[in-house]
Design a protein around this ligand. Structure first.
Ligand code: HEM
Length: 409
């Protein structure tokens, strides 16, 4: 009778099938167990956060400084919530050692972002590739071929020529009593050196159609990579990045970079191998390895690796040299000691060579101190856990972003 009433009133009936009831009970039990487990997990401490944005407001204009202050107050392992991204902040050398030595595989992934996905062909480059066979191949390519001591040495002539051009420019300006913009000049030297090593072209050279300089494209890449992307912190707001023009700008830049690399690769394909035997640039080395079957990569991977080298090599070198000059100008006594060392070592010779530089111990100390005070990538390149792991007595969940504050350490 009751059943009939319910049917007439259109009330949904709960199925009385025992299997269904058991499934619901099992499901509830699993959720309860998961919540209870999470409660008992010993997660790293978190500073107080705001609803929705979490700890984003605590990043400030100079995140490495603000994060250093947070870690001083709350500890060297902190769990932050940057929008929807749980992020582990690491600010102690011991913890970094544990990450890189004991748990290197778990911490070898990089989180992908909107910009890295678009610009680096879906993270098929060296820096952002996920851990796996391709990742291993890329690290080998870097250590054994592209950035080996032997290879760096083989490009000494490029550094010599570019530095000579810089010194001549400064000399000419001095003779005319003109001022110089050293920051711009240092950035250009660094950009030209990287560009010549990677693709045998100076970055300030005009394209054939005269429309744009590659140096400018590389600069735009760095700017867009460092720009704020709403969708990376709040995936459900990804559409905002289309409205603000961020994603369209990334896609336009990608188009320009892609056709530039296509053109360079085409030029290199038509070059005879003999032309390149002595001073191979990165692109010919990669293409040769690919041809010999030593490297399983396609054109897209090559283009992504080339972009890596430009982005990673240019600003880092340029900014470090600029900081070194700024620190020397602020400390005339140190500047004097460096000048004395250079004069003592070089004497009346016209040019400074590598052998001379190797003898300049004080200059090397100044450079190392500059790298310590002003690391150009203060939070390093973020990593991501591929599994949960125990670190410093805390439980670190899988799939969270890892920021290492190298500057604070
Ligand atoms: C003063 C100069 C430089 C500094 C301070 C510097 C610093 C760094 C730092 C901190 C990282 C991230 C490491 C990590 O988080 O695991 C990195 C990665 C990288 N750097 Fe440099 N770098 C410099 C010059 C260069 C140059 C000249 C090149 C190449 C032409 C280069 C190529 C790379 C590449 C390819 C990566 C990614 C490596 C990977 O993920 O396996 N860097 N660099």
């Amino acid at each position: 009778m009751d059943l009939l009433k319910m049917e007439l009133l259109n009330v949904p009936q709960l199925p009385s099938n025992p299997l269904f009831v058991s499934l619901i009970l099992l499901f509830t039990l699993l959720i309860w167990l998961k919540l209870a487990k999470r409660k008992h997990l010993n997660l790293p401490p978190s500073p107080p956060k705001l609803p929705i944005i979490g700890n984003i407001h605590q990043l400030g204009k100079l995140p490495h400084r603000s994060l250093r202050d947070l870690s001083r107050n709350y500890g060297s392992l902190l769990l932050l919530h940057l929008g929807c991204n749980p992020t582990l902040l690491v600010s102690s050398a011991d913890m970094v050692r544990e990450i890189l030595k004991d748990h290197d595989v778990v911490f070898s992934d990089r989180p992908s972002s909107t910009a890295t996905n678009i610009l680096f062909y879906g993270c098929r480059d060296m820096a952002f590739a996920p851990y796996g066979e391709y990742w291993r191949q890329q690290k080998k390519l870097s250590v054994v071929e592209l950035l080996s001591h032997r290879r760096v040495h083989s490009f000494q002539f490029v550094r010599d020529e570019e530095v000579e051009l810089l010194i001549n420019k400064i000399r000419r300006a001095c003779l005319k009593g003109e001022s110089i913009n050293l920051s711009e000049m240092l950035m250009l030297v660094s950009s030209n050196i990287v560009s010549r090593c990677v693709i045998s072209r100076r970055s300030e050279e005009e394209e054939e159609d005269g429309c744009c300089k590659f140096g400018q494209l590389a600069k735009n890449t760095v700017v867009l990579l460092a720009s704020f992307c709403v969708g990376d912190l709040f995936p459900y707001l990804r559409w905002v990045d289309v409205l603000t023009g961020y994603i369209p700008r990334l896609k336009a830049l990608f188009g320009e970079l892609d056709s530039f690399f296509d053109q360079i690769i085409k030029e290199h394909t038509t070059l005879k191998t003999d032309d390149q035997v002595s001073n191979k640039d990165f692109i010919s080395i990669i293409m040769q390895l690919q041809k010999d079957g030593m490297l399983e990569i396609d054109l897209t991977n090559i283009k992504a690796i080339l972009l890596d080298m430009f982005v990673a090599g240019t600003d880092t070198t340029g900014a470090t040299t600029e900081w070194m000059m700024a620190e020397l100008l602020k400390r005339p006594n140190v500047m004097k000691k460096v000048q004395e060392e250079v004069r003592n070592v070089v004497g009346n010779k016209y040019k400074v060579d590598m052998e001379d530089i190797n003898k300049m111990k004080y200059l090397k100390c100044v450079l190392k101190e500059t790298l310590r005070l002003h690391p150009t990538v203060p939070l390093l390149v973020p990593r991501q856990t591929s599994a949960s792991v125990e670190l410093g007595g805390y439980h670190i969940p899988s799939n969270i972003t890892i920021l290492i504050n190298a500057w604070a350490i």
